[in-house]
Design a protein around this ligand. Structure first.
Ligand SMILES: [Zn+2]
Length: 304
């Protein structure tokens, strides 16, 4: 496998000043005769409690210190995976769009910097329907950003957010997530195709059910010949505690216990198969590997 990393600073002159920040990195690798690239949607700004509150605080702090992560605030990158096999140009998730957080929603500029227009995207495949992953289907004017693309979502995820009861059962903190997801899903309803666990959704792309972060969260195994990589979405949502202590419940998961079981099984498999992983909120473009340690795992970024 060949992997190259290049900074977008070379093309930064073409971008608005605010976008030309060092966080704009782009990881690219070949997978057989296909190309896998990650493109940035910017980053999120989250209060530490949103993720860390349910964890054993005395054991948490040394792990955060070791990775330079503050307890008070997280600023995770948002990295979308782009898969190009010569026929299909597939984008995994759609980013946050203009209305979620000022620090996110950079996808259109990022695609432009990668030499792509929204019309070049043939398929948008969702890991799940949280705001930073689906709100970006609509642009600044509330119009579809990818009106000619097939939009694809796991059936369980679609059914959960489509259910009018979800806004009442999800809890106050995430009620806006439910309203926002339903609104975007209504916008893409005529373009959407649903799929189930294990299905080959497109040539070389197989759906792998990884529930817990949301009820129908999906990961995707990309395979070309003997080479493979796993798009894990938010099933492994950060590079510190999710790897070091995958058995700890995280406040960012809607069903923390189910997410723990999913995360442990996924990390086990990634290590056993020595498979490249691509995480939406992992650093340096989100591409790397999991390595087993004495007490858990660690994330090794694919730095070349
Ligand atoms: Zn996310």
């Amino acid at each position: 496998m060949r992997l190259t990393r290049r900074r977008l600073m070379a093309t930064a002159a073409a971008l608005p000043l605010a976008a030309a920040l060092p966080r704009w990195s782009l990881a690219e690798m070949s997978l057989g005769d296909a190309t896998v690239t990650t493109v940035s949607d910017g980053n999120l700004v989250l209060p530490g409690d949103f993720v860390f509150e349910p964890m054993p605080q005395d054991k948490l702090l040394p792990i955060l210190e070791a990775t330079g992560q503050s307890r008070d605030e997280l600023r995770p990158e948002c990295n979308l995976t782009l898969y190009r096999d010569g026929t299909n140009t597939v984008l995994f998730d759609a980013g946050a769009g203009p209305n979620f957080m000022p620090s996110a929603g950079e996808l259109p500029a990022s695609l432009d910097a990668a030499g792509l227009a929204p019309e070049d995207i043939t398929h948008v495949v969702f890991t799940h329907a949280h705001p930073d992953h689906i709100w970006g289907v609509l642009d600044d004017f509330g119009d579809l950003l990818f009106p000619q693309a097939v939009h694809m979502m796991g059936r369980a995820e679609w059914d959960y957010w489509w259910d009018p009861e979800t806004v009442n059962t999800i809890g106050k903190a995430r009620a806006a997530f439910a309203v926002g997801a339903k609104n975007r899903m209504e916008a893409i309803e005529d373009l959407v195709e649903l799929f189930d666990d294990g299905e080959e959704v497109l040539p070389g792309i197989a759906a792998v059910s990884t529930p817990g972060h949301t009820p129908g969260h999906m990961s995707f195994e990309l395979r070309r010949g003997s080479e493979a990589a796993m798009v894990v979405g938010d099933a492994i949502v950060n590079h510190h505690v999710a790897f070091a202590r995958p058995e700890w419940p995280s406040g960012s998961d809607q069903n923390p216990q189910q997410a723990v079981a999913t995360r442990k099984a996924l990390l086990d498999r990634l290590v056993a198969d020595d498979m490249t992983l691509i995480g939406f909120h992992l650093p340096e473009g989100g591409v790397g590997r999991a390595e087993a340690t004495e007490s858990g795992y660690r994330f090794v970024g694919m730095d070349v």
